[in-house]
Design a protein around this ligand. Structure first.
Ligand SMILES: [Zn+2]
Ligand SMILES: [Zn+2]
Length: 309
């Protein structure tokens, strides 16, 4: 298996909080990680957004952040569409408790039967789902109900192989090079042992993508997002709605930016906008930029962000 991903791409399917608007659908983020396609939340209408934005329907797993209606009702129709399309491959749905109770009800709502296996797995803070050359880790966040943020992390990549050094140490070109790159010692032509660390540079951290879900600004999430290439944070409100943000356990754009700053994130797309900011999110952008020096975007439906190697 390759030690790293070549493609890591995020597509925003929906960027509105609570209710859909003309411009914005409810929460949903598609992540393409090489051949894997993951969904993070599946608000009502997500399947139509997947058609609009060309993500394909070959979803391997759905990670729900929590079970407020704007984040999961889309799964009901989506599994029906997959069934009609003749899907046979299993689908795994992950989410915080009570994922099992809610998703089982959603899956068996109506009279159609499910034609392919769907498994529901509950996650809690700290749980990690290994997916080959990357993993998805759940982080408990601070919302009105049990809620998780997610950290998608590529595995650490081995350091660069120093060919000249290997030759200088008398390693025979050929299979020995591969062994060293896999972390195995080899014997040089003069019989000495050459260790991988003699010819490999320092290992390189993989790419990191963090999705906050719905939350108040949260230290645990900031810690988990340390050095993230992309921190997708909810920004439901602006400064003048601070009281609402506290009451409903959401974040303002400024608070999202403070989390990004604390985390040292490299780029901050804001999402989950209240309908007040639907058409003109300028205020959110401005307030976030006052607290975070890196690039800030207000995500829109269809926005695609690729994380380069
Ligand atoms: Zn929400
Ligand atoms: Zn919520």
């Amino acid at each position: 298996m390759a030690s790293q991903l070549s493609l890591l791409r995020v597509t925003f399917l929906g960027t509105s909080a609570a209710q859909p608007t003309i411009h914005r659908n409810l929460s949903g983020i598609a992540v393409k990680a090489d051949t894997d396609l993951l969904l993070f939340d599946c608000g009502e209408g997500s399947q139509r957004q997947m058609i609009r934005f060309g993500t394909g329907f070959g979803v391997d797993a759905v990670f729900f952040t929590h079970f407020h209606a704007d984040h999961y009702l889309g799964i009901i129709g989506f599994v029906r569409t997959l069934g009609m399309g003749g899907r046979e491959t299993p689908l795994t749905l992950y989410g915080p408790a009570p994922a099992r109770r809610i998703l089982q009800a959603a899956l068996y709502l109506g009279t159609e039967k499910l034609d392919f296996p769907v498994e529901v797995k509950e996650l809690k803070d700290g749980d990690r789902v290994e997916r080959g050359n990357y993993s998805v880790r759940a982080v408990g966040v601070d919302h009105r109900v049990n809620a998780l943020g997610y950290v998608l992390e590529e595995n650490t990549r081995p350091g660069r192989f120093d060919l000249q050094k290997a030759l200088a140490l008398g390693v025979t070109p050929g299979p020995s090079f591969g062994q060293l790159q896999k972390g195995q010692p080899v014997q040089a032509q003069d019989g000495r042992t050459v260790q991988p660390l003699d010819v490999l540079g320092p290992s390189r951290p993989g790419r990191k993508l963090v999705i906050s879900g719905d939350t108040r600004p949260c230290d645990a999430l900031a810690a988990a997002a340390s050095g993230a290439d992309l921190l997708i944070h909810e920004a439901t409100f602006s400064d003048d709605e601070q009281a609402r943000a506290l009451e409903t356990r959401h974040s303002t754009a400024r608070e999202a930016a403070q989390v990004a700053k604390a985390a040292g994130a490299r780029r901050l797309p804001l999402t989950h906008l209240s309908s007040r900011h639907d058409v003109d999110p300028g205020k959110l952008l401005e307030q976030a930029r006052q607290s975070f020096g890196g690039p800030v975007d207000v995500a829109y439906d269809g926005l695609t962000v690729e994380l380069p190697l």
